[in-house]
Design a binder for this molecule. Structure first.
Ligand code: G1P
Length: 290
C-alpha cells in the first residue's frame, strides 16, 4: 500500500534577480499571469491533486505570499458590505483553509536541495510533493495529478519530465530513462544536474514537479555542494535511487518557465487567450503587434 500524498513543499526563497527592478519589493512568485500571481496557479495545481498542506520555504521580503493566502479581513468585509458575491466567492475558492499552510525560512541561499531540507520537520516522515513555482504547467489534468496516478500504481518516487532541445540540456536536471511501461511511465535509471554540453544522458529534463519519499531528507542533511556550488536536490535523488525506485512521467501539457522573461510573457499570452472575457480583445491586438 502506498501512502497518499497529502503534503507539498513550494520553495519560494529565490531573489528573482532576472526580473529586477520588478522584484525589488515584490517577490517574483507574486508577479501576475493575467490576474493571479504565478504562485496561485501552482497552489491550485497542488490542491487539485489532493494536497492538504502546503509548506512554503520562504526568505526575507516574502511576507506578501503569506498575506496572499490568508483572509484579507477588511477587503472581504468591504466586499460583503457592497454585496460583491462573485469576488467573495473567488477569494474563498483560491484560499487554502486555516491551518493548512506553513511557512519556514531558508535563511541562506544554499541551493534547491537545502531549501527542501528546510521543510523536513514540518513534512515529517511522509512521502510528499515538491512544486517549483517558477514552472507553470498548463494542462486539463494538472501535472501533479498526472504524477499521483503513476505514484498510485508504482509507489516510490515519481518525477515529471519533458523533452528539451539538445542545446538547452545544460540548463536543467536531465534523467536517464529505462523501458516505457503500459501506462506510459518508465523507471529512471540515472540523473545529472546541469550536464556539460554534449554529455546529457537524454533530452528529458526535470520540469519542476516531484513526489519523493522522506528518506530524501536524510540524504540532503549531508549533501555536499554540487553544480553551481549549490546543494542540489538532483544529487540527493541520485543517491536515493540506489535504494528506492524512481519513475518518470512525461507531462502531457505545456510548461512555461516563468523564471525567464520570455516564458513569463508567453504564459501571460497563453492564459489570456484561454480567458473567454479577454481572448476576443487580445487576439486582434496580438496580430496587429506581430
Ligand atoms: C532546478 C532543478 C533542475 C530542474 C529545474 C527546473 O534548477 O535543480 O533539476 O530541471 O529546476 O526548472 P534551477 O532552475 O533552480 O537552476
Amino acid at each position: 500500500m502506498t501512502k497518499a500524498i497529502k503534503k507539498a513543499v513550494l520553495p519560494v526563497a529565490g531573489l528573482g534577480t532576472r526580473f529586477l527592478p520588478a522584484t525589488k519589493a515584490v517577490p517574483k512568485e507574486m508577479l501576475t499571469i493575467v490576474d493571479a500571481p504565478v504562485v496561485q496557479y501552482v497552489v491550485d495545481e497542488a490542491r487539485a491533486a489532493g494536497i492538504e498542506h502546503i509548506v512554503f520555504v520562504t526568505g526575507r521580503n516574502k511576507h506578501v505570499i503569506e498575506d496572499h493566502f490568508d483572509i484579507a479581513y477588511e477587503l472581504e468585509e468591504t466586499l460583503r458590505g457592497r454585496d460583491k458575491q462573485e469576488a467573495i466567492a473567488l477569494l474563498d475558492k483560491i484560499r487554502p483553509g486555516a491551518g493548512t499552510t506553513s511557512f519556514t525560512r531558508q535563511q541562506a541561499p544554499l541551493g534547491l536541495g537545502h531549501a527542501i531540507w528546510c521543510a523536513r520537520d514540518i513534512i515529517g516522515r511522509d512521502p510528499f510533493a515538491i512544486l517549483l513555482p517558477d514552472m507553470l504547467m498548463k494542462a486539463q489534468k494538472g501535472c501533479l495529478s498526472q504524477m499521483v496516478e503513476a505514484y498510485n500504481t508504482h509507489g516510490g518516487n515519481v518525477i515529471s519530465v519533458q523533452e528539451v532541445p539538445e542545446d538547452q540540456t545544460h540548463n536543467y536536471g536531465i534523467i536517464e530513462r529505462g523501458a516505457i511501461a503500459a501506462d506510459g511511465s518508465f523507471p529512471i535509471t540515472g540523473m545529472v544536474e546541469k550536464p556539460a554540453q554534449g554529455t546529457a544522458p537524454s533530452n528529458l529534463y526535470i520540469n519542476g514537479r516531484y513526489i519523493l519519499q522522506p528518506e530524501i531528507f536524510d540524504l540532503l542533511q549531508t549533501q555536499a555542494a554540487g553544480a553551481g556550488g549549490e546543494i542540489q536536490l538532483t544529487d540527493a535523488m541520485l543517491q536515493l535511487m540506489q535504494g528506492q525506485p524512481f519513475h518518470g512521467v512525461e507531462f502531457k501539457g505545456q510548461t512555461f518557465d516563468c523564471g525567464s522573461k520570455a516564458g513569463f510573457l508567453a504564459a501571460n499570452i497563453a492564459y489570456a487567450l484561454e480567458d473567454e472575457t479577454l481572448a476576443g480583445e487580445i487576439r486582434p491586438l496580438l496580430s496587429q503587434l506581430v
